[in-house]
Write a protein that binds this ligand. Sequence first.
Ligand code: ZN
Length: 131
Amino acid sequence: MRTLTISTKVRESLVDITGKVAETVAQSGVNEGICLVYAPHTTAGITINENADPDVAKDLLNYLGKLVPADFPFLHSEGNSDAHVKAMLLGSSVTVPVTGGKLAMGKWQGIYFGEFDGPRSRRCIITVLGE
Ligand code: ZN
């Protein structure tokens, strides 16, 4: 298991953590198994999407902004309810198969840590299971 620290400088961002997850898998010595990537937060999440064209991550953030307007009459008094909803839409974790000692991901896929209530420092827990 490894815990990454992810620091952001803006309120919302999709941080590509594919390289760090792949590095963790390589260091684990697991050849066949699974890799769980988990965000222990209520206003941040994890997702997999295209990381070839950086505009895709920007589009996803822009679209989430349209889908979850910050000025919706939310009840939660912290003022960050849009961030809670966006985190829910991403989910708290992804699980990726590990085969041949590597993440079995598609060519265009990347793993993103989604920050929706930054800037701040966050944790991301990576667990690699298998043999
Ligand atoms: Zn809140």
